[in-house]
Design a binder for this molecule. Structure first.
Ligand SMILES: [Zn+2]
Length: 88
């Protein structure tokens, strides 16, 4: 009998996770992403019962995307690339 046979214990690769932390206030949980010059284009199809179904979102961002601390609004755009890599 091996009671832990079915428990797979794989080493967690998140050990050295680098949290994005606001250098100003230390916030590491709340952030804003702000995009300038956005054209929102949404494709809808009308159904026979006169309702609409959204088919797609073809929004374009023309301007800059900035990244801010959600607590003190410090510009954290230097971390934006890392934010995108960690966005799931
Ligand atoms: Zn902050």
């Amino acid at each position: 009998m091996d009671p832990i046979k079915d428990i797979k214990k794989s080493p967690t690769p998140r050990k050295s996770a680098r949290l994005i932390t606001c250098p100003n206030c230390g916030n590491d949980s709340d952030f804003f992403e702000v995009a300038d010059g956005v054209i929102l284009t949404t494709h809808y199809v009308q159904n026979p019962d006169s309702s609409f179904t959204q088919k797609g979102d073809e929004s374009q961002i023309l301007g800059e995307i900035r990244f801010f601390c959600g607590e003190c609004n410090t510009d954290l755009s230097q971390f934006h690339q890392r934010f995108l890599e960690m966005l799931f």
